[in-house]
Design a protein around this ligand. Structure first.
Ligand code: NDP
Ligand code: ZN
Length: 373
């Protein structure tokens, strides 16, 4: 099945069958329980519109954990996760215009789309029915090959789905912008957040700490919601004015009807109605956090009617034009994730996964792919 749920026809090939590919190495999980181990596979050959990127850094997104552990349904293994990729262009196809060898390039959650539908025409490729995700997908433009992600040494991608990394960017910090950055930048702009708006960010992790920085840069007064005391000082340092530990009922008092926009990045079970109530009339609740299907939060019709004239919308990453805009803006304004760089070894990645699951990460792990053995 592709991301959009379409059946891949019988001529689909596995990567091994496709042949004539470029040998690649990475770290894969071989079963739902996790446990990263070395994996050798192949990337498809560099086509006329493709570039070959030597991957230097790959971020660990909570979505990677959801995929590895099968939170969103049955997955295929071996799986090389990773959709926050920064690296160097080492080969270009003959029609490539955007890149030359030696340029820095970033790849996020998608590597192709149909290019002709209304979503693609609108620059919203992430909503194309034929979008090909960077990993855990079947690439119908390459014979149905299984896509593998950024915890690897190289990737081949159509130039359209690679973003130019501006000169002077802090490369290890750029990788997470390709998912955590765009996924928060996009809904803040979609909602029209501006100067003086009162903005809530629920879930102060990899995505949440980017949302805080973008909202502060837009001139908003930011309130952070999380489940721990440990991050209160970090929120203040990033410019948030208020911090609410939602496990303390006292801190939730007086918040109803006070916020213009709330972005939920929460990856676990919670009550969206609590946040809906905090919105002013005409306020908006944007949702990007996607918990495991087994724990999916519900929002009842009665909540929507009783808190009338408030809007709720979901959002997925961002299109390629907006991704480039986000990258240029972030580098220019020195907006980066706070990262901890780890070695490309199974044990180190396993440990990082444990820390993300336990809420011990500050705020994003990035794997130094140059250390892959
Ligand atoms: P992180 O684990 O880095 O951050 C999640 C944060 O939410 C943590 O700080 C966590 O606290 C906090 N949290 C957990 N439960 C609650 C709660 N009940 N109330 C308030 N805060 C809570 O995850 P990411 O930021 O990487 O990803 C977040 C979610 O967004 C995931 O579900 C991911 O799959 C999804 N996602 C969606 C995308 C999209 O396009 N829509 C793109 C990328 C990710 P603690 O650390 O203490 O556990
Ligand atoms: Zn992600």
């Amino acid at each position: 099945m592709t991301a959009a749920g379409t059946f891949i026809p019988a001529f689909s090939q596995s990567q091994e069958q496709a042949g004539a590919g470029i040998p690649a190495r990475g770290l894969a999980v071989y079963e739902e329980k996790g446990g990263f181990k070395p994996y050798e596979f192949s990337r498809h050959a560099v086509g006329d519109n493709d570039i070959l990127i030597e991957i230097l850094y790959a971020g660990i997104c909570h979505s990677d954990l959801h995929h590895v552990f099968g939170d969103w349904g049955k997955e295929e293994y071996p799986m090389v996760p990773g959709h926050e990729i920064a690296g160097r262009v080492v080969q270009v196809g003959r029609n490539v215009k955007k890149f030359k060898v030696g340029d820095m390039a970033g790849v996020g959650c998608m590597v192709n789309s149909c290019g002709t539908c209304a979503e693609c025409a609108d620059g919203k490729e992430q909503y194309c029915r034929d979008v090909v995700l960077t990993y855990h997908d079947h690439d119908q433009f390459h014979g149905g090959e299984v896509t593998q992600g950024g915890y690897s040494d190289k990737i081949v991608v159509t130039e359209k789905f690679a973003a130019r990394i501006p000169d002077g960017a802090q490369l290890e910090k750029v990788a997470p912008l390709l998912c955590a950055g765009i996924t928060t930048y996009s809904p803040l702009h979609y909602a029209g957040v501006g100067k003086g708006d009162k903005v809530g960010v629920a879930g102060f992790g990899g995505l949440g700490h980017m949302a805080v920085q973008y909202a502060v840069a837009l001139g908003a007064e930011v309130t952070v919601f999380d489940i721990t005391e440990d991050k209160r000082a970090d929120a203040g340092k990033m410019g948030a004015v208020h911090y609410v530990n939602v496990n303390n009922p006292e801190e939730l008092k007086g918040l109803d009807g006070t916020l213009d926009f709330i972005l939920s990045t929460i990856p676990a079970s919670y009550d969206p109605a609590m946040y809906l109530k905090m919105l002013k009339r005409d306020g908006q609740l944007g949702i990007v956090g996607l918990p495991a299907f087994a724990n999916m939060p519900r929002l009842s019709v009665s909540s929507l009617v009783f808190q009338g004239n408030r809007k709720v919308f979901g959002s997925q990453i961002g299109g390629m034009k907006e991704t480039q805009e986000m990258l240029d803006y972030s580098v220019k304004n020195n907006i980066y994730p706070q990262v901890e760089v780890i070695r490309a070894e199974g044990k180190a990645v396993d440990e990082a996964y444990g820390n993300v699951a336990d809420g011990k990460v500050r705020f994003r792990y990035v794997i130094d792919m140059k250390t892959l053995k």
